[in-house]
Design a protein around this ligand. Structure first.
Ligand SMILES: [Zn+2]
Length: 289
């Protein structure tokens, strides 16, 4: 990428960032109102979280399995198990009501009394209606943004590493004992666009969130909304569209309805962090200073 590509343009920069936030807000609103999101969540809720042992059993019998459910669950999603497909055998707990001996009629207890074998099927063994999906990866190039963002983060005191196997995560921000961000890691197997998006997201965390805020479960959803919004605004500024991914990512952390209100409440913080990154990239990086 030619360094002149990120030439500074301060007059339009602020307006562009405000426009990007509006675009984000409208996109999330549209996703929430389209019904697609509700449909997606309903489908998700029908898939069990299998126990570790059952995951091992599924993997041993069907290594390529991605979506696994019982015969009737598939039927309820308008898909059928194809004739002749062999079920994947897993263990289902047998729970029985135990008679209460103390005499309280409401106090019947339930206990695990054993296991039985049941059959489940992978999506590849079924046919029928497509399942509603949302975007879980971004494809495409990054117009050289990764390099610029990496230098920004180093300049900000947080070196960037490429790390495979992040156990499901695409990146993370690490803090030291004093709560200072000291490291960002990004999955190298992602596309160039997705890598740059993830780096901008983690930089958002490093600029806006303390270690306790980053790790805290109760407030994590707002932090995820802020970090992903920073990434969206920064990439939008440089002409890279992440809306397919960012909208649904934010919705998944926000349980829908609070997303717009939280976005408005965090708007200023998001813009501040996004400006800091954009100004640096367009200033220091573009001029090579
Ligand atoms: Zn995050």
């Amino acid at each position: 990428m030619a360094r002149t590509k990120f030439a500074p343009n301060p007059e339009v920069a602020k307006q562009k960032q405000a426009d990007a936030l509006t675009k984000l807000e409208l996109g999330i609103q549209e996703l929430l109102e389209s019904g697609d999101w509700q449909k997606y969540l309903r489908t998700q809720s029908r898939f069990h979280n299998y126990s570790f042992n059952n995951c091992m059993l599924i993997m041993a019998q069907c290594p390529h399995a991605t979506r696994v459910a019982g015969f009737h669950t598939w039927k309820s999603m308008n898909r059928r198990v194809r004739k002749g497909e062999k079920g994947i055998r897993i263990l289902a707990p047998i729970i029985r009501k135990l008679d209460d001996e103390i005499g309280d009629p409401d106090a019947s207890t339930r206990a695990l009394v054993g296991f039985r074998t049941v059959s489940v099927f992978d999506i590849s063994q079924t046919e029928g209606e497509d399942l509603p999906e949302v975007e879980t990866s971004l494809a495409g190039g990054d117009a050289g943004l990764w390099e610029a963002l990496e230098l920004f983060s180093i300049d900000n005191g947080v070196p960037v590493y490429l790390e495979a196997s992040l156990s499901g995560a695409r990146g993370y921000c690490q803090y030291d004992d004093t709560g200072k961000p000291i490291k960002i890691a990004v999955d190298p197997t992602l596309s160039a666009l997705h890598k740059a998006k993830t780096l901008a997201h983690e930089i958002g965390h490093s600029l806006l969130h303390s270690c306790t805020e980053y790790l805290g479960h109760s407030t994590r959803s707002e932090k995820e909304l802020e970090a992903e919004s920073v990434a969206f605004v920064v990439l939008d500024h440089f002409g890279l569209d992440t809306s397919n991914y960012s909208f649904s990512y934010i919705c998944s952390w926000q349980q829908g309805k609070d997303a717009i209100a939280n976005l408005k409440a965090s708007g200023q913080r998001i813009q501040q962090a996004a400006s800091q990154i954009i100004d640096w990239v367009e200033g220091s990086f573009a001029t090579g200073a």
